[in-house]
Write a protein that binds this ligand. Sequence first.
Ligand code: UGA
Length: 418
Amino acid sequence: MAELGFEVIGVDIDPAKVEILQSGRVPFYEPGLPEVLARNIDAGRLRFTTSISEAAATADIHFICVGTPQQAGANAADLSQVFGSVQALAPHLRAGALVVGKSTVPVGTAALIADQLAITAPDVEVAWNPEFLREGFAVADTLHPDRLVIGVRGNRAEDLLRQVYAPLLADGVPFLVTDFPTAELVKVAANSFLATKISFINAMAEVCEAAGADITQLAEAIGYDPRIGNRFLAAGLGFGGGCLPKDIRAFMARAGELGAEEALAFLREVDQINLRQRTHTVNLALAALGGSFAAKNVTVLGAAFKPDSDDVRDSPALAVAAAIHNAGGNVVVHDPKALANAARVYPTLTYVEDVNEALANAELVLHLTEWPEYRDLDPGALPAAAKQRHLIDARNRLDPQLWRAAGWTYRALGRPTA
Ligand code: UGA
């Protein structure tokens, strides 16, 4: 918003985060974001505070961008941060203000918030404006989105958001105006489709493996059909992160509350196919090591849930690393950016910052997050710590010929064994 020219105040309840941001640093890894942050702080358009009263007092538009994680022990979303921030904001709203929800919420939440605010702040409007950015591409996705979707109840909210997004609209970004429930559903429908696409190709990978076929060629071949498309067809360890897994579960939970449970029964299968890739990878690792992890040196390449991120929330790579560690393996984990976050979640694993050092004693290497630098590794130059070394490429991105030529056994998900 500051980059678009607005005067912006970011509010967070965590004083440490506010201090880091105010000093021009980003408390997580996101390519390009530090530059945008520093530029806008320097220009005087952006600052951060923990004081919601001070921030809200002068603002016309309030974006709610808090997290909606999965509830502990349930599939549903935990909405405490959404309702907590609205409650904290409500007493400070000026007449005519607009509250815009960006968080991913169960359908019906926007209406609840609008109805609540109507009691205490009748002149205030609510809009729901779901966020579609991807981690790793957050800056570009925000400034050049595929589309903008706003759910509104009245024209004033739409007019204000047209002014907010005027530069993007001038660029031709599609602008869809809907009611509240449609806007809320667009977001979870989009993430459910993406999750389904990944689980579809992983299900095909399971069949390829059983039939001796190659999933990478199959995916390329079906992807040339523009109705299918080749994006999000990378078979492997499956999806993780703070969005896709919890969003499909929260969607199923909400559909159940609405009596539409059956419509989303397929998402349970999508979730199960996805989790099965993790067990399958552990089983392949076990087989490569002759049936036991005990005292075996296993190196895991990648801890983030995907490359270009330091996010380890529901990371498939870390789940596999932890499972092998718990089964007795000596697991060493490497990641270019996510080691500090990984160590907070699984403090008992061994983390090594230098990739060559991480690989030095490996009997088995698992390629679990496809950072580009792993493709540049020269397997021939790695020290031979064991007579027989094994590679499992659970992201199907390394060159089988290169690794086999250097004396490694190469296994991937959904590809022939030799
Ligand atoms: C996802 C959506 O792509 C965004 O549009 C959405 O805004 C965001 O969630 C959100 O709800 O906030 P993100 O979680 O950043 O974005 O990550 P993705 O790029 O979607 O990747 C998700 C997972 O799928 C990763 O673990 C990735 O490794 C995996 N993946 C992706 C595959 O296994 N295969 C693929 O072909 C693509």
